[in-house]
Design a protein around this ligand. Sequence first.
Ligand code: NDP
Length: 284
Amino acid sequence: MITGKTKLLGLMGRPVEHSLSPVMHNAAFAKEGLDYVYVAMDVDPNELPAAVRGAVALGFRGFNLTMPHKEKIIALLDEVDGAAKVSGAVNTVVIEGSKLRGHNTDGSGMAEACRESGTDVLGKTVALLGAGGAASAISFALQSEGTKEIRIFNRSVDRAEALAAKLEEFGGGANIHAHPLDSLGSSDTIPDILINTTSLGMKDEDPLPVPEEYLKSLPDHATVADAVYRPGGRTRLLHAADGLGLRTIDGQRMLLYQGVHAQKLWIGLEPNVKAMDGQLPQSR
Ligand code: NDP
């Protein structure tokens, strides 16, 4: 029940009405009897500074950000974590007094989803497709967790090179290489884990982000993960990998765990993952 003492959390984005985050977080609060409420807030990009000042003034404990605010928020924060620095994007803000701390839990969310599936990233070689915000956050998290080699394949190779340079600057110790996306089929890389972070897969008509032949060349122990999620449905990439008997991780698991890690930052307790998961549509 919402009371006079209920602590406020929420999501700023545009659009936000289809977001799964409110039901996911509120289910965990209800199950644990925690006096928090999480609301979706449709924020005009021009009004982001006013919305953030408003959240502080209203005593919010923190908030998530989604498109189109994840990058613009950085200029409004007092400090940001390493994942946010590398990715140039923040998905979680913690408010302490008047101080705003920015985090990016997308990458650690994917790393947790790997763990959940039984995929150990330590010492492994990863082929990462894409070099945008999700790729940056994921590669930072993988590097922090001891991945041995990260090969970044992107349509615009200069963006892959820029990400590789940033990761090296942050010195996690992994070998990082940048390649054009269309060199994947001819690359000699045999990854243990393939992760798609390109936007390909969001629409029914999208082509696979990798040639089917390349998927077939992956070793039997390989894991194929997709950051892209289609509520209740799996991407063509994951269907194809399933068909080859490979282990797969769907973008909804990353969504779940980025939320779990955000909630932990706000409330300082282990969130009720089962309650949060129970709100997500079953993937087919
Ligand atoms: P960005 O816009 O930052 O990056 C998009 C990436 O996709 C770039 O690497 C871009 O390449 C590539 N790309 C776009 N169109 C094509 C195409 N036609 N062919 C090949 N490559 C293409 O987006 P994000 O990184 O923020 O998000 C990427 C995906 O990840 C989205 O589907 C998003 O919904 C999902 N995501 C999922 C999360 C989760 O919790 N599951 C969290 C965050 C994101 P180029 O640089 O050449 O343009």
